[in-house]
Design a protein around this ligand. Structure first.
Ligand code: NAD
Ligand code: UGA
Length: 457
């Protein structure tokens, strides 16, 4: 079968996999191939046990795989054949050298750029799908276009805004698609090629065109604003616990103002995930590098507030459990950084588990999708942590249960049964504000809620 265009994606992770699967589904006229250096991952993408859990993903993969969606580890061959290459490799925070702990580690991106130059024998459009520091396109262009093969690469920025757990919905119905390019004749032509791909299912008014720097920076700023809202409401949750105000009522009251909006106002144990912290740190690093100290400090406080919220949660456990957690059995309900994903990167539950171990608590963890990752993340603690599939089983003889992830499953449990099996006094800490707190109190739980004093339940 002949295809109009050959689209390649380098990086088969949480972004590359779902994004390219949806492109394949919406554009049957194009051939989409996803490559990765990780052979195990590429093998898993070709089974029904996909390497990531994402609601609805398997259905779309099944519809497209083998028709116009393909997976491969032969990276040079696929690069050579492609017309358009999306780059969605990981861009973690640097753990060494200059910018350690803040700047983005761009080594995977740079390796990819060199691999593209080496394997290419024709001009191509290269798309930054990964989240990158502003002005990365300049560096990429330099690597790509300093070749002696007489070929040219146009670099486009097309950041991804999907959220895990709702990735397929977000990709199929995006609020907007952002496509940034150089505003030269060639750059605009390349931009239009990418616009035309999205136009297969996204209406034109939702496709935002911009210059390449605005596009790169908008992605960092979008994540910074989202995270800032969570830190803002979490800062107020601390105030509520001392004043008789209820943070959920505050979220509702301020969210009704259409200028503020009602999303991303759920107070919690803190935000997790692979990107919020990383992207804000990157914004902080860029600002510092430009001598914009006040700007850097402003955004750094969003992270400080998040760390404070995680620590505050464990401190509250301590103070409400007679100032000692030693040898107490504490069960974490959920380990994923949010519901509907098995992803545990930067999950607040990890930091809570670690702090509980420092207090010599006996930590048990249950989660419907993230136990495998939890065991890997917490491997250094060996059998000091127990992993249990069934939440009822996990909570048996526990002193406390703490809700870490807002899985629907936890809203539907029989808390009377859980309470009956626990040691008394039985404590429950709702780190996500998802349970019926007055009912828990009625059952007999010592009930602790983010952003609400226990006397007010
Ligand atoms: P990930 O770690 O899940 O996937 C990245 C993949 O790239 C890995 O499978 C890795 O093996 C592969 N890779 C690395 N170097 C390679 C190379 N040289 N050649 C081929 N493959 C290579 O990461 P992710 O969560 O998909 O994130 C990727 C990028 O997208 C990051 O910049 C991230 O900030 C951004 N992003 C992530 C999300 C999200 O929800 N996870 C959302 C929007 C944007
Ligand atoms: C986030 C952004 O929402 C995406 O737009 C972006 O593409 C992505 O980061 C990225 O760049 O990686 P994600 O991290 O997958 O997506 O999930 P979110 O829904 O944003 O949740 C992030 C964290 O904030 C979770 O731990 C969640 O539980 C927490 N959260 C969210 C709250 O504590 N309160 C809220 O009101 C909302």
């Amino acid at each position: 079968m002949s295809f109009e265009k050959k689209i390649l994606c380098i990086g088969a992770g949480y972004v590359g996999g779902p994004t390219m699967t949806v492109i394949a589904d919406k554009c049957p006229q194009h051939k989409v191939t996803i490559v990765d250096i990780n052979e195990e991952k590429i093998a898993a993408w070709q089974t029904d046990d996909l390497p990531i859990y994402e609601p609805g993903l398997l259905d779309v993969v099944k519809r497209t795989r083998g028709k116009n969606l393909f997976f491969s580890t032969d990276i040079p061959k696929e690069i050579d054949e492609a017309d358009i290459i999306f780059v969605s490799v990981n861009t973690p925070t640097k753990t060494f050298g200059e910018g350690k702990g803040k700047a983005s580690d761009l080594q995977y991106l740079e390796k990819t750029a060199h691999a593209i130059v080496e394997a290419s024998n024709s001009s191509k459009i290269i798309i930054e799908k990964s989240t990158l520091p502003v002005r990365t396109a300049e560096a990429l262009e330099k690597i790509l276009n300093s070749n002696d093969k007489g070929i040219h690469f146009d670099v486009i920025s097309n950041p991804e805004f999907l959220a895990e757990g709702t990735a397929i919905h977000d990709l199929e119905n995006p609020d907007r698609v952002l496509i940034g390019s150089r505003e030269t004749e060639e750059g605009l032509k390349a931009r239009q090629t990418i616009v035309d791909i999205y136009k297969n299912w996204v209406s034109d008014e939702r496709i935002i065109r911009s210059n390449v720097w605005s596009s790169e920076l908008s992605k960092l700023v979008a994540n910074a604003f989202l995270a800032q809202r969570i830190s803002s409401i979490n800062s107020i949750s601390a105030l509520c616990e001392h004043t008789g105000a209820d943070v959920s009522e505050i979220s509702r009251a301020i969210g009704a103002d259409s200028r503020i909006g009602n999303k991303f106002l759920n107070a919690s144990i803190g935000f997790g995930g692979s990107c919020f912290k990383k992207d804000i740190l990157n914004l902080v690093y860029i600002s510092e590098s430009l001598g914009l100290t006040e700007v850097a400090e402003y955004w750094e406080n969003v992270i400080k507030m998040n760390d404070y919220q995680e620590k505050r949660f464990v401190k509250r456990m301590l103070s409400t459990m007679f100032n000692t957690l030693a040898n107490k059995k504490i069960v974490l309900f959920g380990f994923a950084f949010k519901a509907n994903t098995g992803d545990t990167r930067e999950t607040p539950a990890y930091y809570v588990a670690k702090m509980l171990l420092e207090e010599h608590a006996n930590v048990y963890i249950t989660d419907p999708k993230a136990l495998k990752n939890a065991k890997i993340d917490l491997a250094e603690f060996g059998n000091r942590i127990k992993y249990v599939d069934d939440p009822y089983e996990a909570a048996k003889d526990a002193d406390a249960v703490a809700i870490m992830t807002e899985w629907d499953l936890y809203k539907e449990l029989d808390y009377k049964k859980i309470h009956d099996g626990m040691r008394k006094p039985a404590h429950i800490y709702d780190g996500r504000n998802i349970l019926d707190h007055s009912k828990l109190k009625e059952i007999g739980f010592d009930t602790h809620v983010i952003g609400k004093h226990s006397d007010n339940i």
